[in-house]
Design a protein around this ligand. Sequence first.
Ligand code: NDP
Length: 444
Amino acid sequence: MSYVDEVLELVKKKNASEPEFIQAVTEVLNSLRPVVEANEELYKKNAILERITEPDRQFMFRVPWVDDKGQVQVNRGFRVQFNNAIGPYKGGLRLHPSVNLGIIKFLGFEQIFKNSLTSLPIGGGKGGSDFDPKGKSDREIMAFCQSFMTELSKYIGADVDVPAGDIGTGAREIGFMFGQYKRIRGTFEGVLTGKGLTYGGSLARTEATGYGLLYLTQELMKCHGESMEGKTVVVSGAGNVAIYATQKAQQMGAKVVTCSDSTGWIYDSEGIDVALLKEVKEVKRARLTEYAAARPSAEYHEGRGVWQIKCDIALPCATQNELLLEDAKQLVANGCKCVCEGANMPTTIDATEYLQQNGVWFVGGKAANAGGVATSALEMSQNSERLSWSFEEVDAKLQNIMVNIYHNIDDAAKRYGMEGNYVAGANIAGFEKVVNAMLAQGVC
Ligand code: NDP
């Protein structure tokens, strides 16, 4: 049995109740086979794959808080510190009822390679809670965030572990958590990213994941002799990533015709009105039915369905496992040329393989959505030097990073005879740097 298969079996046995984690490890290790085979003796002797698939440590804790009726509620909090070979742990905090340890581990594992790809010195981690921010008052959100940070503050720090936003954790939540950290630790430091601009946040961080996704997509198109101008784009999600991906795609001359949320989706033949979408989702925090009610060219549909719409480019920007095999078949049948993931692992393994086998240029989230964490690392740099850079400066650095990521993953795939396999290219490029650091640092 090969070393990769041995470790995959071990991971499945040790983490049997964590399907998303097993899915992520399977996808990564399978694509690393050529690199591992070329270095099998060294990696096996140093147990590189066993070490990289086992978190450095993971915390699970009770989060008690009081709701507006005076009732005590209890949620579960998580922080997984996966690998700090190349820098402090870095990764977002997800607040969603579906959150469990397996999901946080899958996200933390993916984060190691994504962070490495940015070329910045950040390790991999992730956290969150099964708390549902939907329908909660600001006071309830604050009560939860303060309780969550009361425990989390014991494990994080500007040079140790620097969490950020993710699904359900936006500027409001980061603000409440930062305030509580400061209060408990008595220190003003860059312990969280995604902060407000008045207290250490970076310009362009809000836009970074969506914009970065488009900078990479544009470079990919350019290298295949195409441009964004006049292309029809299908986007899923209606959150931070989806909104700014839509905005940048439209600035580049493409037409984005869909968005979606956890209950339904919109087809807007005139192109999504970003200002209206922001008003509905960021200000009113309402359902997409309100978008359709305000826009005559928009149709609202219950359930899921954006991938049925004919497009040149598809950008899944909502959540994991939202683009299934049947969706991939529909995209190919409709002539879609390119799929770049704004969300983390939105495409299932079989759907990814189908897209790749049918000539679709497919870039996974690890590379395509790395703009968010890259800009978070730029926020850390600004905090460390106690300066803030202009929007244009940060945006230019982001663009440069995303263009470099595209070329690095393209080169890595070519080096191992897998030209055009950007998934393998991303895993290889991210992995090589982390492994070199692990080998240099000995058994730890
Ligand atoms: P948001 O919470 O801002 O938005 C998430 C969107 O996805 C919302 O429209 C939400 O619908 C929808 N959604 C969430 N869960 C589900 C579900 N189970 N089924 C269907 N739709 C769902 O999150 P972000 O935009 O920040 O994140 C989106 C994805 O991008 C995630 O996978 C995240 O990990 C990833 N990502 C985010 C980064 C960032 O900087 N924000 C960086 C890198 C990756 P509703 O409005 O109904 O809640």
